[in-house]
Design a protein around this ligand. Structure first.
Ligand SMILES: NC(=O)c1ccc[n+]([C@@H]2O[C@H](COP(=O)([O-])OP(=O)(O)OC[C@H]3O[C@@H](n4cnc5c(N)ncnc54)[C@H](OP(=O)(O)O)[C@@H]3O)[C@@H](O)[C@H]2O)c1
Length: 235
């Protein structure tokens, strides 16, 4: 679809992939409703509307949806479920609150946001939902078990939902980025973000590429990763 004047919700917009996507979408003429706990500090645009939302809380998500639908005059063309986080570590040592936070953000948050906007998309008989899973949603990694569980859940959920929604004219795409240089790794002691990771702007460009595909063309799943994922070793 041509993104000019399209009404698109992005979750988790304070930084990283979500913020890069908001910048790119508004530059392409879309009207963006950014749902998040924190507003970006270095981005303002006449077509960017920050809406306060804690994706872990269903009431907060439903309130954000109501505000968005009021401002968009009841039109929603896209929903990018981006908000997410990861805590890594040995399973038995992980604090339970980290485990429940990952499940309620990465899985329940996606379900809440989608349920809040789906009735409008069904009424329109159109819309595009993009779920940000991860390569950790198709491959397991040691000390990443619960994060992998949430992202594998998104993979299965997205595959089922694209089949459920295609007859309603609604697209569902599950995206699996490899390591991306963002603040995601602030919570991860064993990995520092580095330049060989994907850049959030590159990920955002590929999300736009998927959103821009024509009406009957569906990319239901997309994997991308750094060609060389580690910094070059010294000779
Ligand atoms: N970076 C990677 O290597 C990588 C790879 C594959 C997939 N991903 C996925 O890509 C997505 C974006 O991550 P990123 O790399 O851009 O990380 P990031 O820089 O840490 O950004 C994550 C965003 O999610 C928001 N968020 C977290 N909890 C939230 C909540 N309860 N309510 C609303 N917003 C919330 C954060 O906002 P606040 O904390 O300010 O509220 C922040 O804006 C995540 O789903 C992540 O799992 C990342």
């Amino acid at each position: 679809m041509n993104l000019e004047n399209k009404q698109i919700v992005v979750t988790g917009v304070s930084r990283g992939i979500g913020l890069a996507l908001c910048k790119l979408l508004t530059s392409k003429g879309a009207v963006v409703y950014g749902w998040g706990r924190n507003q970006p500090t270095d981005f303002e645009h006449k077509s960017f509307h920050f809406i306060s939302c804690d994706i872990q809380k269903e009431d907060s998500v439903n309130a954000a949806a109501a505000t968005t639908l009021q401002q968009s005059k009841g039109r929603i063309d896209g929903l990018v479920n981006n908000a997410g986080l990861g805590y890594f570590g040995y399973l038995e040592s992980q604090p339970m609150h980290e485990i429940t936070t990952m499940i309620s953000t990465n899985l329940l948050g996606v379900i809440y946001a989608t349920r809040s906007l789906l009735p409008q998309m069904k009424a329109q008989k159109s819309g595009h939902i993009i779920n940000i899973s991860s390569i950790a949603g198709i491959e397991g990694y040691q000390q990443v078990s619960v994060y992998c569980a949430t992202k594998f859940a998104i993979t299965g959920y997205s595959d089922a939902l694209y089949k459920e929604l295609r007859d309603f004219g609604i697209k569902v795409t599950c995206v699996h980025p490899g390591s991306t240089q963002t603040n995601f790794f602030d919570n991860v002691q064993s990995i520092d973000a580095h330049n060989n990771m994907l850049q959030p702007e590159e990920v955002a460009a590929n999300l736009c590429f998927v959103l821009e595909q024509s009406g009957n063309f569906l990319t239901n799943s997309l994997v991308f990763r750094p060609l060389n994922p580690r910094p070059k070793k010294k000779d």
